[in-house]
Write a protein that binds this ligand. Sequence first.
Ligand code: SOE
Length: 388
Amino acid sequence: MGKKKVRIGMVGYKFMGKAHSLAYRNLPFFFDLDAEPVMQAIAGRDEAGVKAAAEKWGWASYETDWRRLLERDDIDAIDIGTPNHMHAEIAIAAAQAGKHVICEKPLSMNVKESLQMLDAVRHAGVVHMIGHIYRFAPAIQYAKKLIRNGELGQIYHVRAVYLQDWIMDPNFPLVWRLRKDVAGSGAHGDLAAHIIDLARFLVGEIKEVTGMMETFIKKRPIGEMTGGLGAAMTSNQFGEVDVDDAVAFLARFEDGAMGTFEATRFAKGNRNGNRIEINGSKGSIRWDLENMNNLQVYLDSDEPGMQGFRTINCTESEHPYASAYWPAGHIIGYEHTFINMMSEFIKGIAEGRSPAPNFEDGARNQCVLEAVERSSASRQWVNIQAEI
Ligand code: SOE
């Protein structure tokens, strides 16, 4: 008997469209699962663009209206890689049409929408997942194992930053990622959402936050994204930037740890500086995306005189996902985190369960995002109210 096929319909064909396409293509090459993805159809509004993407990345067909994907009975799962303001509408419609769904982060524009999305997938009984890829780096998975096994002891500190610099030029245009009506927020939903996910995964739930947000460049020429993180001006007119360029917040975790978080697109020289350090009563870990295979570990149990941070190259068979690829020491990269994530999505569909991170994680993440926004506006500490 052949493998179960999971026929994917993907919405969006820019940066995330490319990353997800590559993951579906390479998944059966590296993972031997009971089911495999079929790249059935890709959707996008611009016919020339979506057709070219379909041909280049290997999709069997294309549509110029995402709703067509939901009407087709040769599609089992919908993959959403659109700008954020479309996530809720597509995900809810997909669930109502009985399709499994994977959605890019942040889950939605606000908590209300996230809860509606969660309600829709639960009600329909479909498998759901959100695209927080960084928890699928073998080094992060291994850090989780160390923390779960108590190797770090009681966790006292979480110190996380996500630093980029790609919009610092004042002439970088006002693209969808800088518009509140399309993105919801700026560095906050784009970058802080990732480090919140890492912290929730590794340490647990956040109880309360106090934060500040800043927009350094308040007007920019109108423009649009051109693929990846490239952009072009489409007009000489200027528009107002109504999202944050940077955010910082303090957090208290339910288990007593304290956290500091910073996400910015204004940290010169930092192209994709996603870093986290966790300190416990018996040890610490440090991770840096730009050196993503390495995990730095300090353990108090090391003999005196030999104590210090050691660097573990997480490419050994003990490190989750690593053995799907190459022999030890043969490193993997950014795109492999997407393949690892898709392996869980496809497995989840075959087994009829929603793997983490799913819409519940997305909604809890959104509760933290929204609490930080409220705290920044009110200059008060805000409790996380997760009605989930
Ligand atoms: C741009 O800031 C971006 O591509 C984010 O949108 C992604 O979520 C992050 O993984 C890398 O940076």
